[in-house]
Design a protein around this ligand. Structure first.
Ligand SMILES: [Zn+2]
Length: 116
């Protein structure tokens, strides 16, 4: 997956949510490591885990945290940027703080590694 292009807004309780959008969004969030595959798999149905992942992503990218992704909106663009980066080199996240790191210190970023 190289990018996502929503046909409708993704938001909690939306009646006009597009299920293909949801599937794309979950796959994208999974690639950029914000959405872990649940025990029931990646489905086209919106779940709270997806909205939490969107909010965490927005927080990390300093975007307004509202759990809403609009077509061509700021969050969609930011996710596409991150997809591009992860296509070049897989993003490895620190198991302690969740920050990205180069992977040279195993599972930890240099800051957390120096505290161990
Ligand atoms: Zn860390």
């Amino acid at each position: 997956m190289k990018s996502i292009s929503l046909s409708n807004s993704i938001r909690r309780g939306s009646a006009s949510i597009d299920l293909n959008d949801v599937l794309d969004m979950k796959k994208a969030l999974n690639i950029v490591r914000y959405y872990d595959t649940p025990e029931y798999g990646i489905t086209e149905f919106p779940d709270e885990r997806m909205f939490s992942a969107i909010e965490k992503f927005q927080k990390d990218r300093k975007i307004k945290v509202d759990g809403i992704v609009n077509p061509k909106g700021e969050t969609e663009k930011a996710i596409n940027e991150e997809l591009k980066v992860s296509a070049r080199s897989p993003i490895v996240r620190c198991t302690v703080c969740g920050g990205p790191h180069g992977g040279s210190k195993g599972d930890l970023c240099p800051q957390c590694d120096s505290k161990m």
